[in-house]
Design a protein around this ligand. Structure first.
Ligand SMILES: Cc1ncc(COP(=O)(O)O)c(C=O)c1O
Length: 388
């Protein structure tokens, strides 16, 4: 048996490990499982993207090692897109780098920017990768709670009181997973000024920026001076249903990106060129493809919200992300226990709030990644479980 290094001991167990076991048992007993837990879109990427990928894969040269920073044509297109969408000006040469998905960039950023023992400010609840990236690089995790009474925003006054002298970076994510809270530019301005004052690098993880009904969510880079201390991560995963393609980008502060490039050039060798051409095609189709996608999520969101209203559960009112975040009613305190019970009895999977952190306890996350009919069936069964 291999003895794992000490730093691995801090890695929390895989969120869905216990659930996976129960799911397998439920399947073995002949139950059909409806998965409204995972943020893994069921919808296809645009047809032209699929065609571009397969066409490019057959061309001579497709197999070559790709450029480390990503194709310059793709970075130029991203610069244009960021300009049009957010009014943010970026140099494709040194302010944009292509990633193997936002997750990969996040994982390597802490290593790139921090010494061993440096602190990172991490939200709770949050996407679990924020914490593990710090642990892998032997850093220290300093949580800030995202509480409903504060509209799921960080309390900067509280953070300032407990700020450690070795705090090097802060990660935020709006539109937020799991709470679905959208960011706003007033808060972003406060945050940029806070990070500048305290010499903290700011990382804004922004993969849900295009999934909304009204009022497009902002970029942190819209704030004057943000580029001095901040980077933003974007993804093709949710905007174009290209999650398995593994492609995204980081943009903003060039020194932070240059530091990340040191890790990446020594870790991976870029992204398969046909995938990068497929991403160029996807951006070309943004205006025609994404509005339809938003409509689909809008309808699915209404379905889930409608069922929660029937039982009087207080879901967080948001028109963004591919999730619905709700408080459970008083009878249910332990979200993992609730979810395990739901799988066993009804064959439905939902994300337990506790899986995203301490402040997630008492909440559930529904994912809108199933067709309407399946979503309805899942929600019917959920209702039967809550009110037998
Ligand atoms: C908040 C957040 N960041 C990053 C990611 C990962 O994005 P990508 O597929 O680009 O690695 C996810 C995926 O669910 C996410 O929810």
């Amino acid at each position: 048996m291999i003895k794992l290094p000490e730093r691995m001991a801090g890695v929390p167990p895989y969120l869905y490990a216990e659930m996976d076991k129960v799911i397998q048992e439920a399947r073995n007993s002949g139950k059909e499982i409806i998965n409204i837990a995972h943020g893994d879109p069921d919808l296809m990427p645009p047809q032209e993207v699929i065609e571009e990928l397969s066409h490019r894969a057959g061309k001579p040269g497709a197999q070559l090692y790709p450029p480390y920073w990503g194709l310059i044509e793709l970075r130029e297109d991203i610069a244009r897109w960021m300009g049009k969408r957010f009014g943010v000006e970026l140099s494709p040469e040194d302010e944009i780098m292509i990633l193997i998905g936002a997750k990969e960039g996040l994982t390597h950023l802490y290593t790139a920017l921090c010494d061993r023992g440096d602190y990172a400010l991490i939200p709770d609840p949050a996407y679990p990768t924020y914490k593990t990236s710090v642990i892998f690089a032997e850093g220290m995790v300093h949580y800030f709670g995202l509480k409903q009474e504060n509209d799921f925003l960080p309390e900067l006054k509280e953070i300032t009181k407990n700020l450690h002298k070795k705090t090097k970076l802060m990660i935020i994510n709006y539109p937020n997973n799991p709470t679905t809270k959208k960011g706003d530019i007033t808060f972003f301005k406060e945050l940029v000024s806070f990070c500048r004052r305290h010499n903290i690098y700011l990382i804004h993880d922004n993969p849900y920026s295009e999934i909304y009904e009204t009022d497009p969510p902002p970029s942190i880079l819209q704030v004057d001076g943000a580029k001095d201390i901040a980077v933003e991560l974007h993804s093709f995963s949710k905007t174009f249903n290209m999650q398995g393609y593994r492609i995204g980008w980081i943009c903003g502060n060039k020194d932070m990106i240059k530091a990340l490039a040191v890790v990446k050039t020594n870790t991976d060798s870029g992204i398969f060129l046909p995938i990068q051409y497929a991403a160029i095609k996807a951006l070309e189709l943004y205006e025609t493809f994404v509005p339809g996608l938003r409509e689909i999520y809008k309808k699915r969101r209404k379905i889930v919200q409608g069922y929660l209203e029937k039982i009087g559960w207080q879901y967080y009112r948001s028109d963004s992300t591919i999730y619905v975040w709700t408080r459970m009613d008083e009878r249910f305190k332990d979200s993992m226990k609730f979810v395990i019970g739901l799988i066993k009895e009804k064959g439905v999977m939902i994300g337990p709030g506790a899986g995203y952190g301490r402040y997630g306890e008492g909440y559930l996350r529904f994912s809108l990644t199933q067709p309407e009919e399946k979503l309805r069936t899942g929600m019917e069964r959920f209702l039967e479980f809550v009110n037998p």
